[in-house]
Design a protein around this ligand. Sequence first.
Ligand SMILES: Nc1ncnc2c1ncn2[C@@H]1O[C@H](COP(=O)(O)OP(=O)(O)OP(=O)(O)O)[C@@H](O)[C@H]1O
Ligand SMILES: [Mg+2]
Length: 404
Amino acid sequence: MTKPVLGILTLYLNNSKKLEERPVYEKMISEGRKIGLSVFVFTPQDVEDNEGKIHALIFDPDAKKWSRRWVRFPNVIYDRCRIQRSERFQQLLAFRKRYSHLQFLNRPLRNKWTVYRTLSKVAAFRPHLPLTRAYQSSDEVAQMLKKFPTVYLKPINGTGGRGILRIDRSSDGNLLLQGRNHSRSIVQPRNISRGSLSSALGNWDMHGDSYIVQQGLDIKLPNGRIHDYRMLVQKNGSGAWEVTGCAGRVGPLRSITSNLHGGGVATSMNSLLRQWIGNEASIASVRETAETFGINVAHHLEATYGALCELALDLAIDRKGKVWLIEVNPKPSREVFKQAGELEVYRNAIVRPIEYAMWFYRQKKEVRNQRSETSENVEMLNRRQLVELISEYSQSSGRLYARY
Ligand SMILES: Nc1ncnc2c1ncn2[C@@H]1O[C@H](COP(=O)(O)OP(=O)(O)OP(=O)(O)O)[C@@H](O)[C@H]1O
Ligand SMILES: [Mg+2]
């Protein structure tokens, strides 16, 4: 019997033929082999449309070597492509459109603004969502600053902390602007008067993206660094959502973001919560609230947008232990767990999509088998009924008519 095949769909880094998450794929391929799932990696650039073939990247765990081989389309596809401005991403969109009939473990999620609106329709989620508005002009920012001492301006399609601006209202009525530009560098903080808000925002390079304005959460540690949490929620080998782990991130000094790529460091959730909340019973209850929330969000987004296999929630926990959702990431990296020293979670984070892919394949196969069994039964039934009908008709056409 041939093994089921999983294709990991990704994009090459820049214009090279290099892969960003190669070590993670190597582990996934090795794990696949252990459970009888063949796994290869490919990008839309490797697909030969006319011949229906893929020039796939194959890893041999014994020889620890990568090679290329022409293969047929896989049974299941796991999409790891993150949104970006590039021709490669356009090729990905074209691939997904052309091959939408294939079996994907995950469908694309939506931008930060759409996801916020979707979640805010659910009453149980609303207490966990910082108030968010679509940015149209400095008016929304000025209004939000009347309600909250801090607001964040973020690109709806931003990643890695790029292009984020934070505005703090100070007691003298002035505003402090701090942020990171689209190359992720920290921009020089500026103090401005309220009256200059409009022109300051006009000078902020939005890179042509749409923005949201969001209530700023107070997550500054006593040492002045901001912190938050990354919770990974994944489908497991039985097709159920599960929290794989949650780790803390602490931003560098003078940074308004905690992202690891922006110099943040990872640490265990409990060690941060002990500094922040202290009491063990409250910590346990905060963790439970966060986990239940994470699972519910995953269920809801999957029901709204279609198949998903994993999500990472960026969570903030305020001083009172209230859990807030900063944003949802559909293509999470697992590095935070490795850096936090949570190696068991890191391993699970890699293994789960592979086990889920196997479950997914078997599930679809069972449904296909059931369908073909049902259609065979229907065909047999029809044939039998026809024979009965003909014999009945030949005995008495009048009786047959009466049955209708
Ligand atoms: N409303 C907020 N209040 C306090 N801190 C915030 C807020 N929004 C964002 N941050 C900080 O900025 C970081 C980056 O913001 P966010 O996660 O929304 O975008 P992103 O990281 O660029 O996206 P991605 O996680 O997809 O790469 C957060 O992890 C958090 O540290
Ligand atoms: Mg984030």
